[in-house]
Write a protein that binds this ligand. Structure first.
Ligand code: KG4
Ligand code: ZN
Length: 333
């Protein structure tokens, strides 16, 4: 059984996985402590990890009805992420591995997001396309065998991540942090066609797999400023922004599948929780004959189970464990 530990940003996660099966997991978030700053404060996140790590591991074990002695390997996120935050998880993982005398595996955070889906829907087909959309990433990945083959990185955002765009525009619209869920809720009462926000990098000459959300963010902020003082219709702005983001994300993901003759699209990360992103992805995948897989929300956002899932794949593939002096890699490519 693999104990997975995640601490790259503001979630402290522990998960237990054996042979592809999720046995238990627990997550603590310092999100509320960052709310008044409008974004994650690294120092606060690191301290919160220190406090939450032990309890979260014990909670995951309790949920699974297991003991620390049942842990056969430890997997931990080594990057990318906030360095102080990563340090806490890696130090904890080394301590567990050392005291239990079990192997330690370093895991790339994005491989974790990809593997999250296997805990719900079973092994990933080879190949599959993965769209990772969160507060920190917007990436298109071509995935073959997670434990053996390198992930082929097709494209990324050139500036802001999609979740960051939601969070920042929500702030301008006076919606609470984190902005993504608030925009999703507000959008229910709005008209997605009320404002035609730009669809960045969707022209014929643009990079097919690159994203850009900072212009969209600025356009939404300008619109909000111009309509402040009575005529600001938050619901319409939220619905229109959400439509623009969902349109760009799903259009590019389906294009990537078509280009590479891939029949399965996996959408993960916090923004995969967005109702319009899900609905439009479903619609466009169905039209293109592509199977869509979206893990449940608790596995979409940062968690330790997804890191344990990668560790479990590595163990079963006979991969070489990391050494106890493995270090963090905050800007891992
Ligand atoms: O994966 P995640 O928990 O953390 C990382 O950034 O790695 O993703 C958090 C992001 C935040 O930007 C949040 O606003 C966004 O996911 N998010 C959403 C929704 N739920 C969370 N964005 C749009 N609609 C949602 N329902
Ligand atoms: Zn993440």
């Amino acid at each position: 059984m693999v104990l997975g530990i995640e601490s790259s940003c503001d979630e402290t996660g522990a998960g237990l996985v054996r042979d592809g099966v999720l046995l238990g997991h627990a997550v603590a978030s310092s999100m509320d402590e960052h709310a008044r700053f409008g974004g994650v404060v690294p120092e606060i996140a690191s301290r919160a990890h220190v406090h939450a790590m032990g309890p979260v591991v014990r909670q995951a074990l309790a949920e699974a009805g297991l003991r620390l002695a049942d842990v056969g390997a430890v997997a931990v996120t080594t990057g990318p992420g906030l360095s102080g935050a990563l340090q806490v998880g890696v130090a904890a993982a080394k301590s567990y591995a050392y005291t239990l005398g079990v192997p330690l595996y370093g895991v790339h955070h994005l491989a974790g997001h990809v593997a999250a889906d296997t805990l719900e829907h079973g092994p990933l087909p080879d190949p599959c396309m993965v769209l990772i959309v969160s507060g920190g990433h917007t990436s298109l990945l071509l995935v073959r065998d997670l434990a053996r083959d390198p992930i082929i990185h097709l494209g990324d955002t050139l500036d802001d991540a999609a979740g960051e765009c939601f969070d920042k525009v929500a702030r301008v619209l006076g919606l609470p942090y984190p902005g993504g869920p608030a925009i999703d809720r507000a959008a229910r009462e709005g008209d997605p066609d009320a404002i035609r926000f730009p669809r960045p990098l969707t022209g014929p000459r643009d990079d097919r797999y690159a994203f850009s959300f900072s212009g969209l963010k600025t356009a939404a902020a300008r619109w909000a400023e111009a309509h402040n003082g009575g005529s600001l219709h938050v619901a319409d702005a939220a619905a229109s922004l959400q439509e623009a983001v969902a349109d760009v994300l799903t259009r590019k993901a389906v294009t990537a599948c078509r280009d590479h003759d891939v029949k399965t699209l996996v959408v993960v990360g916090g923004v995969a929780a967005n109702s319009r992103v899900r609905a439009l992805a479903q619609e466009r995948c169905a039209a293109a004959g592509i199977e869509l897989r979206v893990p449940p929300l608790k596995l979409c956002t940062d968690n330790g189970a997804m890191i344990a899932a990668v560790g479990d794949l590595l163990v079963r593939a006979g991969a070489q464990p990391a050494r106890l002096d493995v270090s963090i890699d905050p800007s891992a490519p």
